[in-house]
Structures are given as C-alpha cells and as structure tokens.
Design a protein around this ligand. Sequence first.
Ligand code: SF4
Length: 377
Amino acid sequence: MSGHARFSPSSANRRLNCPPSLVLEEQFAEEESQYAAEGSAGHALAEHLIRKHLKQRSKRPVSDYYSDELLEAVDEYVSYVIGEIEEAKRVCNGPVFTVEQRVDASDYVDECFGTADMVIVTDKVAHIIDLKLGKGVPVFAEENPQLMIYGLGILGMAEMLYDVETVRLTIFQPRLNNSSTWNIAPDTLKAWGEEVLKPRGAMALMGAGDFNAGSWCRFCKARNQCRARAEEFLALAKMEFRQPALLSDDEIAEVLKIADDLAKWASDVYAFAQDQAIIHGKEWNGFKLVEGRSNRKYTSEDEAAEAATTAGYTDIYKRSLVTITEMERLMGKQEFTRILGRLVYKPQGKITLVPYSDKREAINKTTAAAEFQEVSL
Ligand code: SF4
C-alpha cells in the first residue's frame, strides 16, 4: 500500500458526484493550505490526549498553530470521545479502541484508503468518529461518503471480532458547534458499497463519466479553471425569462437557488486570477494591479500618546470590557457561570433566507416578520 490514496475517502463526495474530477485533478500540484496544516496540528494533539486517556505511550506534539481557541476546540472533541470510550466500557466487556486508525476500502475501490480519527468497537456497534476542525461549512454524518467508506473498512475488521449490528458514524465539528451522528445497518452499508461506491469509484479511477458541478467543487483543485463548473454558472446569465417585464416568483426562486454558489464561484475565479497576477506576473486582458485602500495608523502608539499628552490632551484612552471568551478563560467555566452567567445572553441570529437543504430549522413566518420589523424600527 503506497502512502498516497488515489481515491481518498476525504474526496469521496466529489468523486462520486463528479467521477472524472479524480484524473483531472491529478495534473495539479498538491495544495498546501495553512488551514490544513492547522487541522493536522489539532488532530495530532487530539490523538495524543486520547492516547493518554487510554494509557498508551504518546508524546505531546508542539506546534505554532496551538492558539487558545484551537486548544478549546480539541478539548471539546476529546471530552466527547472520552465519554464514548467510557460508555463503551460500561456496555461491553471487550471494547476495542483505536486512534488514527488506517482504514482500507480497496475491496470496493482500488487504492482507496484513509485514516479514521477514532474507532470504538463494541459487541454491537462499530462507531467511527471524525473530527473536523474547519470553520467554513458545517458537515453532517448522514449519508456522508467519507465516513461510509471508513465504516466499510472498519466493518471488515470489526466483524472478525463481533456480530456488529450497527455502524455508527459521527462528525464532531466543535468550531461550528456542529455535531451529528448517523446509524446505518451493516448490510445497507455494504449494499451502498457494492451498488454506488464500486461502480462510481471504478469510473473515477479511469477518468470516465460526466463532469458535474455542485457544492463538492469547493475543494477541487480544478475549480478555478474547470469548464463544466464555469458552464454551469454561466448558464444563469443565459436564463431565458419570459414576458411580462417583471420576474415571476418562480423565476426569482430559480435565481436564488444558484446565486450563492455563483457568488462563491466568481470570487474563487477572481482570487485565482489575482494570485496569478501578483505571484506569477500574469497579465489578464483589461485588468491591472493597484494598491488597495488602507486606514491611517500611528507609527508608535506610545509616542503618539506622549505627544498628545504633552500638548494638553488627556481624554485620549478608551476602556472596554474584555470579550466573553477572554473573560471565561480568565475565570474558568464554572466561576464564569457563577459570577456572570445571569449577565450573559445570546442575541437572536440575523434572519436569513436559505434553501430547504440547509439543516437549520425554519422559523415561523409571523415571528420572522415581527422580528424583522422590530429590528427595522
Ligand atoms: S470543479 Fe467541480 S465539476 Fe469541475 S472537475 Fe472539479 S468537481 Fe468536477
């Protein structure tokens, strides 16, 4: 088994929806992002803390990425995992725990393997837990192909020990306050592996099938130059609106469906072109590089304060309370709740129009109108 999986479970959603993306992406260099490096550092710390709890040998990793905020997110995940470990010990005499478990699903797709963050196997349940440290979009466990592939790989091992009744898949995304768990029966999971993963995976490895743009394009290396993606979005500009002069409700809904993705695509292409111009000196027809707007700054705050005071100005400082997160860190969670709990509230989020596919619960129409009016008054 080589170190690099051609069909990586973390790209499975993209491969299953747009099989030829695999071969197309192979012509691009690996993308090294700061977010990925920060994520790896967070995973390494989580692994260390869980191993310590399991009394396994482990050395605490060091990284410049360890901010208080990241450590807090990792702590939250580790607490959840420890809770699951203890529960597994309670319900089963011989549970198996593995951290950063290499998972092989090459029975279904050649060169398909990856690493599951945490696996807990009891006599009834094979539980795979995936830590996501991203702050961008929430990811959900239900029908998540990456976790389903891990599930297939783990099932192959777990069934050698126990008659597993349930494969449990959990995504824990602490920075978005998002966590979800989905249960699937082993037979249903295997049927998906045979009927969906196997044929789509084989197509992907060959570069066969049709290009198909969608939300899965977000991390595709070809996203900025992909013709299929561009055609999908540019089709909006060609939307044929019927008479009369004003758009109908259905036509506006059609525009809404694509507007968000269209804005993201346009900004991706813009960022790519700007990068090429700044870093590689690429010239784009009709475009030039200019300096952006900036705000004035003191060259030295100490010197500015001294000069203002010498000139007789005394009212030159602002005092402000530290943020809630900083205060909580200062006092510790319990003390914070005791002293300030009654003085903290969570304002209602801004009301937003989103597609049905969004997992948040819809709010009542009358409430929405009343709240909107209150904000507008
Ligand atoms: S950008 Fe989207 S449509 Fe194009 S290859 Fe990648 S996943 Fe497929």
